[in-house]
Design a protein around this ligand. Structure first.
Ligand code: C5P
Length: 217
């Protein structure tokens, strides 16, 4: 069984999905983290030719788990949980995620995982492309200013040289690329429930969503 939450960058999907997972005692899957993992590996290998990198994706073994509020990611046994959150990774992730080969790699991993348990997952194309038969679909949105302010607060202090304006620009660029790519772009599924979080407290929107889950499932 799976509940999916799609939406643009910084709309609060991950924090909400984690809170839902904690409240319902189900597992959490962060699909963006998987694209970030591929991006981090590509950057660390010195940005090799993309065609070659994508052809050899099967050599990458990902392992993930959610515990203590953190979605942990390992690649070939190495813990890269913190590294995938670097701004440099955010700056390149949409390029890596736009290739159908990286999408099919990530989607294959997710489908295998979800076949083994009950999940709430967040992403861009989960309700439309990856899990079109999900039991419940949400689409979360908020204004760009609000999303940038939230994301900036999350990373403030971890990377001193990143400004609010840079975070805002990165979110806008990623949304543009993610919405306009050919392979499985960011889209609201027709049967997704829209949650606009602008002006709402986290607790307000979470309880709104938990109520919907309670009614629908
Ligand atoms: O969710 P997060 O912001 O960490 O996602 C990072 C990037 O991964 C997105 O900007 C997008 O390019 C890509 N992504 C995607 N499809 C998903 C989840 C994330 O293309 N289902």
């Amino acid at each position: 069984m799976i509940i999916v939450i799609d939406g643009p960058a910084g709309s609060g999907k991950s924090s909400t999905a984690k809170a839902i997972a904690n409240s319902l005692h189900i597992q959490f899957l962060d699909s963006g983290a998987l694209y970030r993992a591929l991006t981090y590996l590509w950057l660390r290998r010195g940005k090799p030719d993309k065609a070659e990198f994508f052809e050899n994706l099967s050599e990458i073994e990902l392992q993930t788990d959610y515990s203590n509020q953190v979605f942990h990611v390992q690649a070939n046994g190495e813990n890269i949980t913190d590294k995938i959150r670097l701004q440099e990774v955010a700056n390149h992730v949409s390029e890596i995620a736009s290739d159908p080969r990286s999408r099919s790699f990530v989607n294959g991993y997710m489908k295998k995982l979800v076949a083994q348990g009950v999940f709430v997952a967040d992403g861009r194309d989960l309700g439309t492309a990856v899990f079109p038969d999900a039991e419940l679909k949400f689409y979360m949105d908020a204004s760009l200013d609000e999303r940038a302010a939230r994301r900036f607060k999350e990373i403030e202090g971890t990377e001193n040289d990143v400004t609010l304006e840079q975070v805002k620009q990165n979110l806008a660029e990623r949304d543009h690329k993610d919405s306009n790519r050919k392979s499985d772009p960011l889209r609201k599924a027709e049967d997704a429930i829209v949650v606009d979080t602008s002006g709402k407290s986290f607790e307000e929107q979470l309880s709104e969503m938990l109520e919907i889950i309670d009614e629908e499932l």
